[in-house]
Design a protein around this ligand. Sequence first.
Ligand SMILES: *Cc1c(COP(=O)(O)O)cnc(C)c1O
Length: 401
Amino acid sequence: MSRDVRRNRAQGFATRAIHLGYDPAEHDGALTPPIYMTSTYALESAEQGAAIFRGEEPGYVYGRTKNPTQAILEERLASLEGAEAGMTAASGMGAISSVMLTLLSPGDEVVIDHTLYGNTFALFTQGLTKLGITARPADFTRPETLADKISERTKVVFFETPANPNLRVIDIAEVSRLAHRVGAKVVVDNTFATPVLQRPIEFGADIVVHSGTKYLGGHGDLLAGIVVGSADMVKQVRGSGLRWMTGATLSPFNCFLMLRGLKTLEVRVERHAASALKVARELERHPRIASISYPGLESFPQFDLAQRQMAGSGGGLISFELDGGLETGMAFMNHLSLITRAVSLGDAETLIQHPASMTHAVVSRDDRLRHGISDGLLRLSIGLENVDDILDDLDQALSAL
Ligand SMILES: *Cc1c(COP(=O)(O)O)cnc(C)c1O
């Protein structure tokens, strides 16, 4: 198979996740991309070094901004998200902060959705405020209310869909349309849906970020972040955000692990989502469940939008509350035996956590309640175990209450 054939973007998602951007013939036939563990690069001449630094010649000079193992991963991720270019970072927070420090200046405003991953919410409301950047939270599930918040001062509109942890779904096309009217950039955190189910750029978003720690890595063994967008935008984020603002570079070894994870991304996400739908249907029927949020259930408030935007799938996460609130929720978590009490998500293992005391503890209680994160809410990340075993464990823990 020639390299030209391999670079053809018309190939299917899984094929590109396995092959794109790598030709074994260029690496002594090695099936798997080599890990370039190097911090710096030998330059052929002083003149060549200067030309690379000036951006007049392609090439590698220093590991904080570029590495050949990373380059394969970045090309692959960009293709999977339908973007021109990609950049990796040391964590999801490293990716998001590299983008924001590139796009924003003192006096600028950011409009953010109410519900964000706890530390992202803290970045906007506690971190960037120190630099004179104002964050305006809004309810993005009601785009008609955004007209009041988005103004000429708005430089960035940021949201997650489905949102962490309550899985609210946001209309990417509609919010992008409103943001672009004032020239704001739309940045979407696509961690929960993954590009298997949803590619925000196809709906009008400008930049997509990820915590690659979750489904993209998929095995609970690395931290990573991703940024994809136009070639020009990614060049800016790499050249300032990553290069001299955060320095949050992904290690070549973690690039290798993520390349390995990507090979099974499509089959994993399909299995996560099929099992999650079965579990959500069972939980919804259980008398001890007070409320449940899963985008693939007909009872989900934005079911039609979720179906349209997420390729007819609900994804792999479920949020729910038991009838006794927090106390019952904690007792339930302690009765589980197969399901692991842990933050993070998207791993082979089914994980459960309590957002109010864990991932969203950095958000004030008032803000949490305003944002639909009740004290008793539990978040379940459905793993790749046999679904009957997941169901049995949930059942025995519910019966033990
Ligand atoms: C985990 C998470 C992040 C942060 O990513 P890290 O890799 O932990 O830094 C950002 N957004 C969402 C939606 C997440 O779940």
